[in-house]
Design a protein around this ligand. Structure first.
Ligand code: SF4
Length: 412
């Protein structure tokens, strides 16, 4: 059957104008990524039968086609017409770095030229994708490079979900065939962009679309207390991780300026009230900073704070970085801290991944900015540009450019 035969009377011109989910500038193409099925129907307009929207939705979220031209369930003439009004809306690959441990770090360019980092961490039995939710961040954690960028803007639902779908398309991930975890732990504070985050989650877990299990999504927050209560009512709701990092109000307020507004006492009350499902534990993340929050007394206070909550603790040893005034504890100190905590609470050390490929939140983007600004970024003793951050090692960008670029990935 030829493509023209797929046409129905409903598809006939005159074509509808840009629909109610349209765009202000009629010359701009509307990105389809980020629209749900109903919104695609609205964007197409009344003149199209509903099944056309379903075909487009499945092409984007199930098949993850690269362009409208690739939606071969539509007749060719229709694809050509749609291509004048719509685009899929994929981010563009700016750089990719592949670590010896298999971690891949992608620097992705958005429609307006802003850059975000997305990380793929493969393991023998599962893959984990770490996505950003904002361009930059306004929270200002003292141990994080992203803080130095400030907040540029929120990401849209399509830009958040799009990072997961883009990686899935590039490397062939399929949540139906192999376990896929998504962690909202990249650039930005997800709870300060909750509306878009919630929609991105709805899109990712739709069984008619990408079909990710909501149990496989974890949202990490520094503790935006009113938004934690809001998150508790969300459906579908991801798992929650709290980036705690300190055990007294005074110390927390020093490390995380926004903790002056949302106090440790308020945060812990929100955690105790959080409606955990039968299969769920809260996660507390704790960046270990030598001589700051890594003492035995800190470990004991940590236990007394979280011990009554069904939870686990992830310890994240900090890596020293030029421009950040902290040091990483010795390994025996890290393990001693873990031993104290795990007497009462499951406690794991999250050893760094991808240390050779600009691993920390904000690292790639800082490096890109530093290069752009002709050497104004942090420098190593040898004078090379350096990009670094809390969970990972110091990365040097030598005169010959950064680490290995993976040639097999196309630049969608
Ligand atoms: S650690 Fe997270 S919340 Fe804190 S500044 Fe960095 S990106 Fe923002």
């Amino acid at each position: 059957m030829g493509v023209r035969a797929a046409t129905t009377a409903h598809d006939q011109p005159p074509w509808p104008k840009v629909g109610s989910i349209g765009i202000k500038d009629p010359l701009m193409k509307l990105p389809l990524l980020g629209l749900d099925l109903l919104q695609i129907r609205q964007a197409l307009g009344e003149a199209f039968p509903a099944y056309r929207a379903r075909q487009i939705y499945e092409a984007i979220y199930c098949q993850r086609v690269g362009s409208i031209e690739e939606i071969t369930t539509l007749p060719k003439w229709l694809r050509q017409e749609l291509d004048t009004r719509f685009t899929i809306g994929w981010p563009r690959l700016r750089r990719v770095f592949e670590s010896a441990d298999g971690t891949r770090r992608f620097l992705l360019e958005l429609d307006d030229g802003q850059l975000v980092e997305t990380v793929l961490m493969p393991e023998p039995d599962r893959d984990t994708v770490c996505v950003s939710t904002q361009v930059g961040c306004s929270v200002g954690c003292k141990f994080c490079l992203t803080a130095s960028l400030g907040l540029r803007r929120n990401l849209s639902a399509g830009e958040i979900a799009g990072q997961v779908l883009w990686v899935a398309r590039q490397v062939g991930l399929d949540p139906h065939r192999r376990q896929l975890n998504v962690v909202l732990m990249g650039q930005g504070e997800p709870l300060l962009n909750l509306e878009a985050v919630a929609k991105a989650i709805r899109l990712l877990v739709d069984p008619q679309g990408f079909g990710l299990s909501v149990r496989r999504i974890t949202l990490s927050t520094v503790g935006i207390v009113p938004k934690i209560y809001e998150l508790a009512k969300l459906e579908p709701r991801p798992k929650l991780a709290i980036s705690l990092n300190a055990t007294t109000q005074e110390q927390r307020a020093q490390l995380i300026p926004i903790a002056r507004k949302y106090t440790l006492a308020e945060l812990m009350a929100a955690c105790r009230a959080y409606p955990l499902r039968s299969w769920e534990r809260l996660t507390f993340e704790y960046v270990l900073l030598r001589g700051v929050n890594d003492q035995e007394a800190d470990a004991r206070r940590l236990v007394s704070l979280v011990g009554q909550i069904r939870c686990k603790v992830n310890l994240i040893p900090f890596n020293p970085a030029p421009g950040l005034p902290f040091q990483r504890p010795e390994e025996n100190e890290i393990l001693r801290f873990q031993q104290i905590v795990q007497r009462s609470v499951p406690c794991f050390v999250r050893w760094s991944r991808g240390v050779d490929v600009f691993g920390a939140c904000g690292q790639l983007r800082c490096m890109e900015l530093a290069e752009k600004e002709a050497g104004s970024g942090p420098r190593s003793e040898s004078g090379n540009l350096v990009a670094t951050g809390p969970g990972f090692g110091i990365l040097r960008v030598g005169p010959g450019g950064p680490a290995k670029l993976s040639p097999e990935l196309d630049n969608t």
